[in-house]
Design a protein around this ligand. Sequence first.
Ligand code: UDX
Length: 480
Amino acid sequence: MATEGHAAVAVAGAARRRVLFFPLPFQGHISPMFHLAGVLHARGFAVTVFYPDFFNAPDPSRHPAFDFVPVPDGRVGRGDGDGAGGDYLQATMASILALNRRCEAPFWQRLAALLESSGGDVACLVADAHLLTLMDVARRLGVPALALRTGSAASFRIFAAQPMLRDEGYLPARESELDAPVTVLPPAPYRVRDVTMTAGVGGHAQEQIYEIMSRAVAAVKTSSGLILNTFHALESAELAALRRDFDVPVFDVGPLHKLSPAGPAASLLRQDRGCLEWLDAQSPASVLYVSFGSIASMNAAELVETAWGIANSGHPFLWVLRPDLVRGGAAQQAAAVGLPDGFDTATRGRGAVVSWAPQDEVLAHRAVGGFWTHCGWNSTLESVCAGVPMLLRPCFGDQPGNARYAEHVWRVGLTLDTDGGGELERGKVESAIRRLMEGEDGAGMRRRAGELKSGAAECIAMAGSSCLSIDKLVNHILSL
Ligand code: UDX
């Protein structure tokens, strides 16, 4: 671990200080927060994690070095948020807003109690940037608050640019202009659909997402610092733009999964480690890994097209089929009943299907040669750091923008052609997999992904940019 060398040079006094953490309770936000907590713990800070105990709660027994404070309230889960309606994207947005509201009073009580008993050792709160209300609570109680943005620097620039994108007439988006280029955010290669965060016109979700993004920007502007899970070699121009546009210190401390010992303990679901043994028996760079993160979903027809595209490509594959991946009536049994008749026979001996994988280790396995991803930021970062090229099929939020960077800036990915309509078709899936795994294009992407992997390794090495940023963050926290 790159942090081990640094543990010995923990800044004097850090051992007496405590950093509080409050992650947003979704896997893609919890993992980087726990990794960051692990990094700061290795630098000598005591760690206390606050968490809403009604939804995606972490298991304290898996993090024996950390203290935990549950923040109780009525249920707020994805789909339970006020005004959630039937749409899962809106439901997620609604749950973020509801979480802020409902946790405000109980968080105040618990933080006040901790401050009273702690003997003045609390240095700051690090909260997910989506938790503006809770950061305000901390400040009102005299605790400085830093914001962790778990997405890329480029995606946060989209958040900050929303008012300007409205002034310039790009947003609210019109159907006929979704593929028009956005020229006001150089060097980003965005089209209008990449900056809506709904990947389309959006309707009511557009206003809800606008509110979510405005609140995240306000959280950062009023914070004592912005922490980003990215690294200089990947996003130097975007980091420079954020430093220019925001009057708070910016710490690019990623890729955090490479720096922290927290690893699999941060996973909310049990990871099926048997797939690593299956990978051991496969040839180098032969396996396509398929996973769509923890939230993205597809309908039953898309599942069928995905399955036959994979089967017809002839390539070995490891597919994460989450129990809730498929929307609709049979969702909960999708892993058991969703795969089409004949799929098993057609792929016997060259495929493995699991409900949740140790993704980081899978991507680092020598047998994996490509990753079909929904382009969540953690998945994108994990793939880049493992030198694995990607087949890109973004869904919503920051994912379309991440895909544009992967394909057009870093040139380590290939977007799955869905005819602009978003529908999957088995023939296109098959040919895209072949292009990624067999062709010249794939070889070029693999080579460039390898270069980014080296860039990441340099950033997290001793005296690399990410390690220096962590040094600065430690000193900053001690100075607050
Ligand atoms: C969400 C958003 O979708 C994403 O765009 C945003 O940047 C963060 O929040 P999610 O959709 O879950 O996250 O995707 P991603 O960011 O890729 O995070 C998924 C995490 O789950 C990754 O760290 C990945 O390693 C892990 N994972 C995924 C597993 O551990 N096992 C699996 O089988 C699949």
